[in-house]
Design a protein around this ligand. Structure first.
Ligand code: GTP
Length: 358
């Protein structure tokens, strides 16, 4: 079985982390989201995956070349981003399956334990053109709503509803689909197309069989810094499943080469990368600490992402904050609630006490 992974987006909500690294390649619990997805796909019997790349396409090829992933990887590079539908059409040029075969398609920033085989079976049973994986969320306003009838047929697509009347269901598009290959081939080639806003509504209007399959298992869209840190912590604690972390989950995953002082507390699903140094009495909770980071004594890091080779000075405190690579935050600073420090920035001691109302 073949799959397409959509990994060409700019990841603007995760800036500045995505200036140098595309969102699907940012490590979550030590592995890029794309690696977790490839492992999930392989465990469901998928043996050939086309990565639809655009933004910073070279990062994918550099990382995956030479790795034995148990699946064959192909790249479909868009010189100009073609949107989600255009990207699927472009990637389909590299598929080898027949017109009636299923093709599994994944958004690159979705963390899930979805039973892909079950989604494909439901697609087959319903003789569907497209089967969409749906999940339920408490507040669906930021998502694409997908109401279905009792038999699971999709009734309409409502992107990002704004008024209470528009919130007709708590079922949302979870960013994974099974398409009949011939349906992909009908998406216009070489132009920008949104699968959510154009392809899906058009399929409904032409009477295609589009079904929604609600799965209440783990699902998280890693699009924002808070969600990204949460997804990583969920993987580390085993709340989010990934074949890559099997048998290694716990309150924290700490790379063998990291040096953590005996009095430091590292918990809440924190991931600590290679060559990290964490000082005396530091507290690091539910955070993502990339390779080469230094966290000074008495520092406090909560629900934050600290990127490669950055440093946090002693007695500084950061919560819900992103520190990009090579940035250095001096001692006695405080950053809260969505603060973002850009790559290479240098903040001197006692310079910032930033706290905004959420
Ligand atoms: P934001 O800019 O923060 O919204 O992130 P994003 O650029 O990743 O956009 P979004 O989360 O809406 O994209 C959903 C998925 O589709 C992600 O996995 C993107 O990588 C992917 N994607 C979005 N646009 C394109 C595109 O033009 N080409 C390709 N190949 N993939 C895309």
């Amino acid at each position: 079985m073949e799959a397409i992974l959509l990994v060409g987006g700019q990841g603007t909500r995760l800036r500045p982390l995505t200036i140098s690294t595309p969102k699907p390649m940012l490590p979550v619990a030590g592995f890029p989201c794309t690696s977790h997805q490839i492992a999930l796909a392989a465990s469901a019997g998928i043996d050939r995956i086309v990565l639809g790349t655009s933004y910073r396409a070279e990062v994918f090829e550099e990382y995956f070349s030479g790795q034995d992933l148990g699946v064959e990887i192909r790249y479909a590079v868009e010189s100009e981003p073609l949107g989600t539908g255009g990207a699927i059409r472009n990637a389909a040029e590299q598929l080898t399956c027949g017109p009636d075969d299923p093709v599994v398609i994944f958004n690159g920033d979705v963390l899930t334990g979805l039973d892909i085989s079950d989604l494909v079976s439901k697609w087959r049973e319903a003789r569907a053109d497209v089967a969409l994986y749906l999940t339920r969320v408490e507040d669906p306003r930021a998502y694409g709503l997908v109401p279905t009838d009792a038999a699971g047929r999709v009734l309409e697509f409502k992107e990002k509803p704004t008024t209470p009347e528009e919130i007709v269901t708590d079922q949302i598009n979870a960013g994974c689909y099974v398409f009949k290959r011939s349906v992909i081939d009908r998406i216009p080639a070489g132009q920008v197309v949104s699968v959510e806003r154009e392809t899906f509504p058009e399929l409904l209007s032409t009477g295609a069989t589009v079904i929604g399959v609600v799965d209440d298992g783990y699902w998280l869209d890693l699009g924002t810094p808070l969600a990204f840190a949460q997804g990583s912590a969920d993987l580390v604690r085993g709340i989010a499943p990934s074949p890559l972390l099997a048998g290694r989950t716990g309150d924290a995953v700490i790379h063998d080469s990291a040096v953590v002082h005996d009095t430091a507390i590292v918990s809440g699903g924190t991931y600590v990368g290679a060559h990290v140094v964490i000082g005396e009495n530091a507290i690091v909770d539910a955070s993502v600490i990339y390779d080469g980071v230094t966290i000074g004594s008495g520092a406090r890091v909560v629900r934050s992402i600290v990127s490669t080779n950055a440093s946090i000075g002693s007695q500084s405190s950061i919560t819900d904050t992103v520190i990009a690579e090579n940035a250095s935050l001096g001692a006695h600073n405080e950053l809260n609630f969505g603060a973002r420090v850009f790559p290479g920035a240098e903040i001197s001691d006692s310079a910032i006490r930033f706290s905004s109302d959420r």
